[in-house]
Design a protein around this ligand. Structure first.
Ligand SMILES: [Zn+2]
Ligand SMILES: [Zn+2]
Length: 421
């Protein structure tokens, strides 16, 4: 029995037999219980085929119920809403779900436990993964969109891919279980042995089953019995909780209120994902802040204003100048760091004119974590007219810094030019 069924049972209680208004009518010949018919004044015994007369008091009881019955037209409509087994897809889904639930539950518990302990390490690993996969996917998402947005969207995507199907799955299985429980409660009783005769689920008296009728009203105790459910479906619901509803209307109302609860889970998932997305935004921003220490890195949009620009940073790491790409500008000394945004496989070249000193330039990426860090000396060629040309080709779309190291005192101003190919 599922969790929901147990909950129903604790709320609704067990099914109890009702006291009939009249004692059961028995066959005069063989004493088998007889189902009261809706019309006619005789009943044929299903066991011995004896035609029994219907006594006066039973006719009166039945006719009063027949009259009453015409007033409850809503019962048929309500019945139609809840009386069919769930669709094939839902049933197959449910059966698979039941089969894997126990194993899946254990795996999920272990995963939660592990990720709880290593949460921070795990979040750092996610951060590193973005750097590690950048050359393969051609872009460093953290550089281009910022770590807050990247973390936030990563979580939302994971939630949609992994958590949402589980929520949906629990909705489906809860729904099917609820339907099973209702059917187990509403169905007439079909004894396994003997003649196929439906018995009232309320008082145990035989009830009439007519073709094309969905439910049968017991004349003895006013209980509505579902009589049209397929045999295979009935067998599959037999183990489910039975609690008592006298009418289908009560059952339909109960189902409606429980389904509301089930839908709430989906709503909670939605809200939860949004809140967690915001938390992950903070986590991502925090990790990137920890990683980059005091260094302030310009954002992707800072480096791509109207056209591509280079930002230079002061010795304190503060961005203090914007340098246009594709033209010579004068510098007294090299800035300690130049920042540039590059697409994958783009080559940046830095040319110096009239710089008499020897310089070493290093390209690095936006992380300090050793295994994902790029720190690479730029190739340099010197031509006869004392132009030095440093080049670097970007392995992925992202932000790169150029670290400068000049040997000796720079005597006079010189010119530099950034070019992107
Ligand atoms: Zn009989
Ligand atoms: Zn009954």
């Amino acid at each position: 029995m599922g969790e929901k069924s147990k909950k129903f049972l604790s709320e609704q209680g067990y099914h109890t037999l009702q006291k009939p208004q009249l004692s059961q009518l028995l066959c005069l010949k063989c004493s088998a219980p007889l189902p009261l018919t809706k019309e006619g004044n005789t009943i044929k015994c299903h066991a011995c085929s004896h035609i029994n007369p219907l006594p006066e008091e039973y006719i009166i009881l039945r006719d009063s119920k027949n009259l009453h019955r015409k007033n409850i037209e809503t019962a048929e409509n309500l019945y139609k809403k809840i009386s069919s087994p769930p669709g094939l897809l839902l049933r197959v889904w449910y059966n698979i779900s039941v089969a894997v639930t126990s194993t899946l539950g254990i795996i999920m518990a272990i995963l939660l436990w592990i990720s709880g302990i290593f949460l921070f390490v795990f979040l750092f690993i996610v951060y590193m993964i973005y750097y590690l996969i950048a050359p393969s996917i051609g872009v460093n998402l953290i550089d281009v969109y910022g770590s807050g947005v990247t973390y936030s969207l990563t979580f939302v995507a994971l939630s949609i891919i992994f958590i949402f199907p589980m929520i949906l799955n629990s909705y489906v299985s809860d729904f099917v279980e609820l339907r099973k429980t209702l059917h187990a409660s509403l169905s007439a009783i079909w004894p396994d042995k003997g003649t196929k005769q439906a018995l009232c689920r309320g008082c145990g008296a035989p009830v009439e089953v007519k073709k094309d009728e969905t439910y049968s009203l017991c004349f003895y105790c006013d209980t509505q019995n579902l009589v049209s459910l397929p045999d295979t479906w009935l067998r599959s619901v037999s183990g489910f909780a039975k609690w008592h509803f006298q009418t289908i209307e009560e059952a339909a109302k109960t189902e409606k209120s429980y389904r509301k609860g089930l839908r709430k889970n989906i709503k909670n998932w939605f809200i939860g994902t949004i809140i967690a997305g915001l938390i992950f935004w903070c986590v991502g921003s925090f990790i990137s802040w920890v990683d980059n220490d005091s260094m302030s890195i310009p954002s992707w949009s800072d480096l791509n204003k109207n056209s591509r620009i280079v930002c230079s940073a002061s010795p304190g790491g503060i961005i203090d100048k914007e340098i246009p790409v594709g033209q010579f500008v004068q510098e007294k000394v090299f800035a300690p760091i130049y920042w540039i945004a590059l697409n994958q496989n783009e080559t940046i070249s830095l040319k110096t004119k009239n710089l008499d000193n020897v310089a070493d330039l290093y390209v690095f990426n936006t992380t300090n974590i050793e295994s994902t860090r790029i720190f690479k000396k730029m190739e340099c060629t010197t031509s006869t007219d004392s132009i030095q040309n440093f080049v670097f080709t970007a392995p992925y779309k992202g932000i790169f810094g150029i670290n400068t190291l000049t040997y000796g005192q720079v005597a006079k101003p010189f010119e530099i030019e950034f070019k992107i190919k």
